[in-house]
Structures are given as C-alpha cells and as structure tokens.
Design a protein around this ligand. Structure first.
Ligand SMILES: C[S@@+](CC[C@H](N)C(=O)[O-])C[C@H]1O[C@@H](n2cnc3c(N)ncnc32)[C@H](O)[C@@H]1O
Length: 265
C-alpha cells in the first residue's frame, strides 16, 4: 500500500538559477564510479527473479509486451543485467524514487509496488496509453515531460539509466538539478571509445544537425568540472579495455553520488 505521495512545491526562480533555469548551487556530494563489465556482480536481484517478475507483470497487463522498453528488457541480456545492477543500488524498499527516462516495462509495475515511484519520461519508445493505464493501476506519478521542466519536489533517490550523456547531453545541468532534489543520485553513464556522430533533426525547424556522441574526454571533463578529483578516469579506462556489453560498442559506467553528511565530517 502506498503512503503519502511527495508534496509538489513550485519554486520561484532566483539568482542561483542559470540561464536555462537550472539551479546552480553546488552541494557537498561524494561520487563513486564503476565500469560495468561482464564480471560486475549485481547485488540484489537474480536474472531468474527478474525474468519471473517480468513474466508476472506481463501476464497481468496485456499489451505491455509490445512497448519498446519492455521489448529491450525481454530481448537484451545486457539491458537486464544493467537493470539488476543499477536498480539494485537502491538501498531499501519504500523509497521516494524519481526515475528519469526509465521508460515503461513490466519492471515499472514492480518499482511502483515496491516504492513511492515517480517516472519522468517523454515516452519516445513507449505507448502513452499503456503508460497512463499502468500509472493509474499501480498508483505512480507519471510526468510525461522533459525532466528539466518538472516542478521542484524532493525524492530519496533520483535514478537515470542509459539517458546521459548520449541521449541527453545536459549531464552537467542534470547533476546540479538532481543533487538539489535527492541525497542519492544513481546514473548509468554511457560513452564511446571511438569517434561517433549522428545526423539529427531539430523538431522546431528544418535544420539538420550532426551531433558528436561523447567519448572519454567529454565525459571525464564534465565529471571533473562538477566533482573535482574523482576515480572517474579509472572507471572510464577500465571500461575501455573491457568488451562492450552492447553491439554498438558503447561503454557503461555506474555512478552513485551521495550527499555528504556535514555533521559526520
Ligand atoms: C535509451 S532510453 C532508456 C530507457 C531505459 N532507461 C533503459 O535503460 O532501457 C531513453 C529514455 O529516456 C527518455 N527520454 C529522452 N529524453 C528525455 C528527457 N529530456 N526527459 C525525460 N525522458 C527522456 C526516452 O523516452 C526513453 O524512455
């Protein structure tokens, strides 16, 4: 049974917001980075249990088997492995979780039944009808919008898997944004160890853009600018020398950023 859902508070813009409206106040957070390779061990949920859970919610919700993020989880052992690793870092059940770009799958139902779950997703791959139906049935908040337009509210954990920086390059903005809203931020960061670019189309004009995916130097510089000295380069180098989990060669880093308790310092 869900408890009280988080209260939504609208904040007036102030001078500590950047030109894009992002809050730029830097809070004390300690980051930890780990490359994800085939040998990384998930902590909490086994592959068997994940598959059983997926099958259970799929049976309960006809139509769910056709949505994009569900299909990725069904088809890709790497996606399931990453799911177990990253969501396994959430320390307990019953937490106020804000999932950014989590997509819709049977695991959305599981998360909503285990936590006070909120999903912010523009739903590029998934059916909005099914998403809204599940949100009503499992009583979670669905924000069908860009994360940067959410009103201010606090969470225990903010998680974003496979979104930054290669779907959304606003990683720097996001770190400020998330650390002002939750004491624990969990990210799956992806980058390419070789040059890669995409032809993209702006939705507000006819312009075509050629966008470079982030490699080691862009990711490393962004994290160093935000956190100062970290072990991020070790994790990046470790993932470069390991095989990619994905056919397209992208490398993955698990990042947790925890608020430092000033009293314990
Ligand atoms: C590559 S998919 C990853 C989905 C899921 N987290 C996973 O690992 O399979 C990126 C997800 O982010 C969502 N997304 C993209 N840009 C977004 C934005 N600005 N705000 C919120 N969600 C966004 C997409 O709709 C999609 O569900």
């Amino acid at each position: 049974m869900l408890g009280a859902l988080p209260k939504v508070v609208h904040r007036a813009p102030s001078s500590c917001y950047s030109a894009t409206g992002m809050q730029k106040e830097k809070l004390p957070f300690a980051p930890h980075f780990e490359s994800i390779t085939n040998t990384t061990q998930p902590t909490q949920m086994s592959e068997e249990l994940l598959k059983e859970t997926m099958a259970f919610y799929s049976r309960e919700n006809p139509g769910l088997e056709n949505v994009g993020c569900q299909q990725w989880l069904v088809d890709s052992a790497a996606k399931r492995y990453i799911w177990r690793l990253l969501y396994g870092l959430i320390p307990a059940s019953g937490m106020k979780i804000l999932d950014i770009g989590g997509g819709i799958s049977s695991m959305t139902c599981y998360l909503a039944e285990s936590h006070h779950y909120q999903l912010a997703d523009v739903l590029v791959h998934d059916s909005a009808d099914i998403a809204h139906r599940l949100a009503e049935k499992y009583r979670f908040f669905l924000h069908q919008c860009d994360w940067a337009t959410l009103p201010y509210f606090e969470s225990d954990v903010i998680i974003a898997v496979d979104l930054f920086p290669n779907v959304d390059q606003r990683l720097s903005e996001f770190l400020y944004w998330a650390e002002n809203r939750a004491p624990l931020v969990i990210l799956l960061l992806t980058f390419y160890p070789f040059p890669r670019s995409y032809l993209a189309k702006r939705v507000d004009t006819e312009e075509l853009l050629t966008v470079c995916a982030w490699g080691k130097s862009e990711l490393s510089r962004c994290l160093a600018d935000h956190y100062g000295e970290t072990n991020c380069d070790d994790a990046i180098d470790q993932s470069i020398v390991s095989d990619s989990l994905f056919h397209n060669g992208r490398r993955c880093i698990a990042m947790t950023s925890k608020k430092v308790d000033q009293k314990q310092k």
